[in-house]
Design a protein around this ligand. Structure first.
Ligand SMILES: [Zn+2]
Length: 650
């Protein structure tokens, strides 16, 4: 016996077998049992959702005579009488399927309607099924209208279309319309399990999930893909084989991309794309995978218990969900979707993918240089900008000076993204579940910080006093003060070596890459702080001061010459330089001259601000994490967790 493809072999033969369209089944079943039948039905929905199948079952229900030949109209056709068998086999004389895509002219419709005057040959009803009805020409529609409005009582019309917008209103108004929905991935997955068990084909669940997802809501596509996969994999449906066949992206790549984004690790992102290219995996598939991951992460962030623990990706998703705050997850989802649409416009697929991933990195709503540029308060010293508890401030200053406290990849990405959202969106709300609430609430409340026991500061005696009494030189930027302090006493490195390594320094997550400023840079940074504090410069001139690094000062020259460096050519315009020069001359009481070149900037007021913020953030998170009350709550409620992004330094 010849092989019958799965989609045909497992075409549902009764309403009970039809999956995923319960609303249509119920309406039709009720109409059939109550004998309240409309004369024309219109089924809409994308390909492969069951329009033709429903039509055939309806035709059988109307014409079935039962196994004993005595039955009437029924919602449960027997499947064994000659009418049922003939309709299933597509050879019933009174059931006519017309494909309007290939018979769209008025002649074909006229021929069909000419036959309508004759009573059914063997059955109770003639059923005319016109598929893709929107393809009919206008004259063909017009020819049909009269019969469609008042057909003989033995004639039923079933119209099907994937595009109801193109069906004339005059036709729509004469039909009872049913919308067949695309199948949920889970529904397709379960159906594939049933089919493969019936076929005795061994399979792996993740492989079926891939096929179900690849079918995009179409059961026929799912079964066709499964047929193809069985042939491809040689009988055993393994995940690896199906992945290869679909060109689907290994979940691991998607996970690595999310992790790299969470860590702001541009290097890892680019490396992952290289791997994808090497394996010939599609960029569109990667973005689809990312959108899928982001969607599931978002669900998990909002409703932690929503995930089915038996889901094959449950563990992975539970690990990923806390990595990004809810707002960034939304952003990731949105960029992945839009990026996929513009892949076709990119010079090549992979450069398009790189750009989309880098955009995710660039648009991460972190308080970067661009953000502080529009908020004058951000230019103030750390004490004002991020008032964390005093020991924390002291510790963060210490760290800022000794370790830089910001990773290499964070800084360039933030600095190169001038169009990034300037103000960080609101942090995600605490999870609405009762289990998470007890922890989320005290964590967000400022009292949580006041009852906390701060981590031991590096200089227990001096630090709180320094922050508390607000010394007169508090206008100076902290790094300037640190510089002057350390020049009085021992060098910072010497002092650190004399102490046991502090846990604060050891577990600081960021790499050290902003060292203490050299003397010229320290003077420059102090000048910038004064300029900004006195609001002497605005707009792009302010941005120039904020982003520039000083590479040297020639005090011997007349006027004094400052060598500055910026990363963006656009900041180097002569007009900006002249205005900054004028502001500095006024501030310092004598003429100053600026020379600006373009190059890599490793130290600037903007970078120090970013470093200080991320340090304050890390410190605040550490304080919350070490807080005894929070720890008690976490221990008491197993599903409680600290909502990522909800901790903010005071
Ligand atoms: Zn029957």
């Amino acid at each position: 016996m010849s092989y019958i493809v799965l989609a045909r072999k497992y075409r549902p033969r009764s309403f009970a077998e039809l999956v995923g369209q319960a609303h249509v089944v119920q309406a039709l079943s009720n109409a059939l049992t109550q004998q309240r039948l409309h004369h024309a039905y219109l089924f809409t929905g994308t390909r492969g959702v069951g329009k033709t199948t429903v039509s055939r079952i309806l035709a059988k229900s109307l014409n079935c005579v039962g196994a004993d030949g005595l039955g009437g109209i029924t919602a449960t056709p027997c499947g064994v009488c000659s009418a049922c068998r003939d309709i299933d086999a597509g050879r019933h004389v009174d059931y006519v399927e017309l494909d309007a895509a290939s018979n769209r002219g008025v002649d074909e419709i006229s021929q069909l309607l000419d036959q309508a005057v004759y009573k059914p040959v063997v059955g109770r009803f003639k059923v005319y099924m016109i598929d893709e009805v929107h393809m009919l020409s206008t004259t063909a529609f017009n020819a049909m209208l009269k019969t469609l409005e008042e057909p003989p009582e033995y004639l039923k019309f079933v119209l099907a279309t994937t595009d109801p917008q193109k069906v004339p209103v005059t036709v729509l108004s004469r039909c009872l319309q049913f919308n067949l929905r695309p199948m949920a991935t889970e529904t397709v997955f379960e159906h594939l399990q049933t089919v493969l068990n019936a076929e005795s084909v061994p399979f792996e669940d993740p492989a079926l999930r891939l096929l179900a997802r690849g079918a995009r809501g179409s059961m026929r596509d799912a079964l066709s893909l499964t047929d193809q996969a069985i042939a491809y994999a040689g009988g055993h449906l393994g995940e690896a084989a199906v992945r290869q066949m679909l060109g689907a992206v290994d979940r691991g790549h998607g996970v690595r991309i999310v992790e790299a984004l969470a860590a702001s690790d541009g290097v890892a992102l680019v490396r992952t794309v290289d791997e994808l290219r090497a394996q010939g995996l599609s960029a569109a598939g990667t973005l689809e995978e990312l959108a899928d991951l982001a969607q599931q992460m978002a669900v998990l962030q909002a409703v932690p218990q929503a995930i089915d623990p038996t889901h094959p990706d449950a563990a992975v998703l539970q690990g990923l969900a806390p990595l990004l705050p809810a707002d960034e997850t939304q952003l990731l989802y949105s960029i992945a979707l839009h990026g996929r649409a513009e892949l076709a416009l990119a010079p090549d697929e992979y450069s398009g993918l790189v750009m989309v991933l880098l955009r995710m990195l660039a648009f991460r709503p972190a308080g970067g240089a661009a953000a502080s540029a529009v908020r004058p308060a951000a230019a103030a010293p750390i004490v004002a900008a991020a008032p964390v508890p005093a020991p924390a401030v002291a510790a963060s200053r210490e760290l800022l000076r000794t370790s830089g406290a910001v990773s290499k990849t964070t800084v360039p990405s933030v600095a190169q993204a001038p169009s990034a959202p300037p103000v960080r969106p609101e942090p995600p709300r605490a999870s609405p579940t009762p289990m998470a609430a007890p922890v989320a609430a005290p964590m967000a409340a400022p009292t949580a910080i006041s009852v906390s026991e701060p981590a031991p500061p590096l200089r227990p005696a001096a630090a709180p006093a320094a922050a508390a009494e607000t010394p007169p030189w508090d206008d100076e930027p902290p790094w300037v003060r640190e510089e002057s302090e350390s020049s009085d006493g021992a060098r910072p490195t010497a002092r650190n070596e004399s102490q046991p390594p502090s846990p604060e320094v050891v577990d600081a997550p960021q790499a050290a890459d902003i060292p203490a400023p050299h003397p010229a840079q320290a003077r420059w940074l102090a000048t910038v702080q004064q300029l900004l504090a006195q609001t002497k410069v605005t707009g792009l001139v302010r941005e120039l001061a904020w982003q520039a690094e000083c590479t040297g000062i020639d005090d011997a020259a007349d006027p004094v010459c400052w060598q500055l460096r910026v990363e963006r050519e656009s900041l180097r315009q002569a007009s900006h330089r002249e205005r900054l020069q004028a502001a500095m001359s006024e501030l310092l009481g004598q003429p100053q001259r600026l020379e600006i070149d373009v190059g890599a900037v490793t130290d600037s007021a903007a970078r120090r601000d970013v470093a200080a913020r991320s340090q304050a953030q890390a410190q605040a998170e550490r304080v919350i994490r070490n807080d005894p009350v929070v720890q008690q709550l976490l221990a008491r409620y197993p599903s409680a967790r600290i909502v990522p992004g909800s901790v903010r330094p005071r």
